[in-house]
Ligand binder design. Structure first.
Ligand code: ARG
Length: 378
């Protein structure tokens, strides 16, 4: 409340008055209810405090959909579909969050088991190899155990929403295809690239992080920004634990893969990233590159300083996974810190998977560490 009133958001009354009200409500019910304005401010500041997000310049523009009274899993699924459509804007992507009911004493709020609203299945084959995205084998098995028939069997089968409510347990909902905006990848100079059959979804909607505001936890509060190309081109397609495309791209480029020192991986990485940025632009889907985003981020840090605030930042997440030293964010240190409100990572109780996947460079993954709307390398 100090933050809310201190930043001029409280229209009437004072932090002290509101705190008295809140204390009475907590004494009565064990929790309290945010006003719509408090919720909106809290969700935006949670983004501002996300120390792994390079995209925070626009934190004030986050659109907040207040759906705290939507309780049935089927209605939550329908609102999630609306979120995808509204936030996707046919390619004009808008940072958006939909907030469902909070946890209350003895009454946990609903939650998504999906790490993002749109994710591609990872089917483990008998020989241990994976068809699709190896990141998502846990949720894929969970969905199959709960009666999912499986998709058509491509590398890009969209998983159903896996929603758990206290009343009804786990339920599954297929996303209608028209809610899943996707971009097929091609390359401006390599005609063979399109033949790789790669595609990616346009809107990353993180759905398994708790939004925490003023001590209240919202376990179902899916939020999105737009993609930075390296998330897809470097990590999702380049990581050996993901789609592992570097050997394939390098061989199509006829690079010498017999020696690490030929830098074939690096050259393949760059062309993959060129393909991602080119394809999204051609499809009219908003995306950003790491040079642009690095500059914007430093503008954000400056603005925060001007406002008299510290901007908690995790260097190891802010520096992009390719060409780090060619971006401005590499060449300095940042304030550290773990502020609230924030988006908090939680472990999926069923799959045991950390959502979003922990940063590989993390020595001691804190189950409660803050996580970004724009978690860029996740
Ligand atoms: N890195 C994640 C992915 O590749 C998305 C994390 C959020 N990113 C964002 N630009 N808001 O799907």
């Amino acid at each position: 409340m100090d933050l809310f009133y201190g930043e001029g958001e409280g229209r009437d009354g004072s932090a002290a008055q509101r705190m008295a009200e809140i204390r009475a409500e907590v004494a009565d019910t064990g929790t309290y209810t945010h006003t719509a304005a408090e919720l909106t401010f809290g969700a935006r500041v949670a983004w501002r405090n996300s120390n792994r997000c390079i995209g925070r310049l626009y934190w004030r523009s986050l659109r907040v959909r207040d759906r705290r009274s939507t309780r049935d899993a089927a209605d939550i699924a329908a609102e999630s579909v609306k979120h995808l459509t509204e936030a996707g804007g046919g390619g004009r992507i808008r940072p958006t969050i939909t907030v469902f009911a909070p946890d209350r004493p003895g009454a946990p709020g609903p939650r998504f088991h999906n790490e993002q609203l749109i994710r591609y299945a990872g089917y483990t084959r008998p020989d241990g190899s994976v068809l699709g995205d190896p990141l998502n084998t846990g949720i894929t098995e969970l969905a199959l155990r709960h009666g999912w028939r499986g998709g058509p069997g491509t590398r890009f089968d969209v998983l159903p929403l896996v929603i758990e409510t206290q009343r009804d347990g786990i339920e599954l909902f297929e996303l209608p295809p028209e809610a899943v905006l996707e971009v097929e990848l091609s390359h401006p100079r390599y005609p063979w690239f399109a033949g790789l059959g790669l595609r990616w979804h346009a809107v990353p909607v993180i759905s398994a992080m708790d939004l925490e505001i003023g001590g209240v936890r919202y376990p179902a509060a899916p939020f999105n920004g737009w993609y930075m190309g390296t998330e897809i081109g470097a990590r999702n397609f380049g990581d050996t634990e993901r789609y592992d495309m570097l050997p394939v791209v390098a061989s199509k480029m006829a690079l010498d893969t017999s020696s690490d020192a030929s830098l074939w991986r690096d050259r393949a990485l760059v062309e993959l990233n060129v393909a991602v940025l080119h394809s999204f632009a051609r499809a009219g889907v908003k995306i950003t590159d790491h040079h642009t985003e690095a500059k914007r981020f430093l503008t954000h840090v400056e603005r925060e300083e001007e406002a008299g605030r510290s901007c908690p930042t995790d260097w190891s997440w802010i520096v992009p996974p390719i060409s780090g030293s060619a971006t401005l964010v590499f060449h300095r240190y940042y304030d550290e810190g773990d502020l609230r409100p924030n988006y908090l990572r939680r472990e999926c109780p069923v799959t045991g998977q950390q959502h979003p996947a922990a940063h590989p460079a993390e020595d001691h993954p804190a189950p409660d560490g803050p996580q970004p709307p724009g978690g860029i390398t996740g």
